[in-house]
Design a protein around this ligand. Structure first.
Ligand SMILES: [Fe+2]
Length: 176
């Protein structure tokens, strides 16, 4: 390769910073990709906070419903562990960094952490609230994805909405 060519290649490489999503041409404007990625980051923070809450409750639940809740929570946190990966990787595909620290999640999440271990039925109530919060956040991002014809994000949001609304119903049914 000539010196000139390798210089051009080096200049091109230097001009392709990925951190702010520049240089990506998938048919969605940078500002739309940025708005969707920022909405998905809020969803990721909610999903991760709810994942940890569910795992915490799986470990610490006590009482006559121990077996039922311990196993139910296990199914729920296992699903959530896979879901956070899909949300984070969609943010990356849109060209932006996915938040991945507890301090970022604390700032971005709409779900509060628990300072102490609640009684079993309060755990169920808190998880209902958590799933409802995730549904609200996912729903709030939907118009941004639709406006930009971002079908992969809309599809992901639809799946999260179905899951959170169904899980909230199942948990709620334990309280009736
Ligand atoms: Fe376990």
């Amino acid at each position: 390769m000539s010196k000139e060519k390798s210089k051009t290649r080096a200049a091109k490489a230097a001009k392709a910073p990925a951190a702010d999503g520049a240089g990506i041409d998938i048919g969605i404007s940078k500002s739309d990709r940025e708005a969707i990625a920022s909405g998905l980051s809020r969803l990721l923070a909610d999903e991760y906070t709810l994942y940890l809450k569910t795992h915490n409750f799986h470990w610490n639940v006590t009482g006559p419903m121990f077996n039922t809740l311990h196993l139910m929570f296990e199914g729920q946190y296992t699903e959530a562990a896979l879901a956070v990966d899909l949300v984070a990787e969609r943010i990356r595909a849109l060209g932006f960094p996915a938040p991945g620290t507890y301090s970022q999640y604390a700032k971005l999440s709409s779900i509060e952490e628990d300072e102490s271990v609640p009684p079993a039925l309060d755990m169920v109530k808190k998880l209902v609230k958590g799933h409802e919060a995730c549904a609200r956040t996912a729903r709030s991002v939907f118009p941004l994805a639709e406006k930009a014809s971002d079908e992969p994000t809309a599809d992901l949001l639809t799946q999260r909405l179905q899951l959170h609304e169904k899980t909230a119903w199942m948990l709620r049914s334990l309280l009736e």
